[in-house]
Write a protein that binds this ligand. Structure first.
Ligand SMILES: CC(=O)SCCNC(=O)CCNC(=O)[C@H](O)C(C)(C)COP(=O)(O)OP(=O)(O)OC[C@H]1O[C@@H](n2cnc3c(N)ncnc32)[C@H](O)[C@@H]1OP(=O)(O)O
Ligand SMILES: O=C([O-])CC(=O)C(=O)O
Length: 377
């Protein structure tokens, strides 16, 4: 086998078809079931987008009412799941908590091994409903705060913020959070979704596939980058000392690039001319910068983005504006990637169901370049 036949990282390889989303780097667009994501972010709730991803169409008023009733009735965590989370050390990453919770929810599910479309749809909705409570519960326990139970008079985003902070968020904050959930919901065959599809292709169960997908999302080359962006900002701020932070960003970047560091929140495997979701998320970030009166953070964002553009011509991905937005809202930095989990559960599970509709075991080939055949003795 020659090197030309090897597609390291599966870069550029078409492995299957999907009807769920279309990522088009040429037109810099992203469609969910045919709708531009920017339109969905401007006009829809995250619940409507979840319904769309799973069912292929936006819900009617009655369908949405039935769907949200189902979601709201499954928001609370069982005492058993709370006990499992409480048993995890505070030294573990919140992504480990999400991964464990997904696994526990599978083990507790009465139809865990029923992979019919109906059972998988129900499991998807229940994971979607419960994950915000997992994320909120974990952040609060790490802060030594009491649990805040879900409210069924609030929509998904407002309730998520309520459970995390114990107070109702301002409407513009709820709106920015809703936008972030929609933008994070789905992105074709990214590494975590592909992981979920690989697991599903063995005819394993939905919770196992989601648990594996969470593991794949944790890495800083994928979802972990939103958290890493905030660490970068903190490093720039602390190393600026008394100096101007935005001015210091370029110097910090030069040193990081000279050290061959990857700058988190920049670059993308598919988009080479900019991530289709960034302008929408950046517009929400600008609103949050204004809302929280943190022009300094906006200036640092712009300074690092310009310096990266000048030096490497590499543009930001969605994680770059999402990190600062979650920081401004008051989330602890290690909670950022769990927020991505909560959103992406919709895309992952849509792909799991699609994979099962026309399954083929995913099992690529490798070229052996180890020791030639040899024998004992
Ligand atoms: C929601 C998401 O998951 S979006 C992705 C989030 N991940 C990140 O933000 C992590 C930082 N970015 C990266 O590591 C990369 O851009 C990836 C992994 C996202 C995409 O990588 P690939 O498509 O494999 O591109 P690859 O890593 O080969 O980069 C191509 C070149 O650009 C450089 N490059 C790409 N991204 C970056 C970056 N963020 N910082 C510095 N250099 C970079 C590489 O060093 C490489 O340079 P070289 O040709 O001189 O060796
Ligand atoms: O598509 C990718 O490779 C990564 C990404 O942006 C996502 O999963 O949202």
């Amino acid at each position: 086998m020659t090197d030309e036949q090897i597609h390291k990282g599966l870069a550029g390889v078409l492995v299957d078809t999907t009807k769920i989303s279309k990522v088009n780097p040429e037109t810099n667009s992203l469609l969910y079931r045919g709708y531009p994501v920017q339109e969905l972010a401007a006009h829809c709730s995250f619940e409507e987008v979840a319904y769309l991803l799973w069912n292929g169409e936006l819900p009617t008023t009655d369908e949405l009412a039935e769907f949200t009733d189902g979601e709201r009735s499954q928001r609370a965590l069982s005492p058993e799941l709370k006990a499992v989370i409480d048993a995890l050390p505070l030294t573990c990453h919140p992504m480990d908590v999400c991964r464990t919770a997904a696994s526990v929810l599978g083990a507790q599910h009465e139809q865990a091994d029923d992979s019919s479309l109906q059972a998988n749809m129900e499991k998807s909705v229940s994971l979607f409903a419960a994950m915000p409570a997992v994320v909120a519960y974990d952040q609060r326990r790490r802060r030594g705060e009491d649990v805040v139970e879900p409210r069924d008079d609030l929509d998904y985003s407002a309730n998520f913020l309520w459970m995390t902070f114990g107070e109702e968020a301002a409407p513009e904050v709820v709106e920015a959070f809703n936008v972030s959930m929609i933008l994070y919901a789905e992105h074709s065959f990214n590494a975590s979704t592909f992981t979920g599809r690989v697991i599903t292709s063995t005819l394993s169960d939905l919770h196992s596939a989601v648990t594996g997908a969470i593991g794949a999302l944790k890495g800083p080359l994928h979802g972990g980058a939103n958290e890493a962006v905030m660490h970068t900002f903190e490093e720039i701020i602390s190393s600026a000392g008394e100096g101007d932070v935005a001015e210091h960003a370029a110097g910090w970047l030069d040193a990081a690039l000279a050290d061959k560091k990857k700058i988190m929140g920049f670059g993308h495997r598919v988009y080479k001319n900019g991530d289709s979701r960034v302008p929408t998320m950046k517009a929400s970030m600008d609103k949050m910068v204004k809302h929280y009166d943190r022009a300094d953070l906006g200036e640092l964002y712009t300074a690092l983005e310009s310096a990266m553009g000048e030096r490497k011509n590499i543009l930001p991905n969605l994680d770059y504006p999402a990190g600062p937005v979650y920081h401004l809202m008051g989330f602890d930095t290690p909670t950022f990637t769990p927020l991505f989990v909560a959103a992406r559960i919709t895309g992952w599970t849509a792909h799991i169901m699609e994979q099962l509709e026309a399954n083929s075991l995913i099992r690529p080939l490798s070229a052996y370049d180890g020791t030639e055949e040899r024998h004992l003795g």
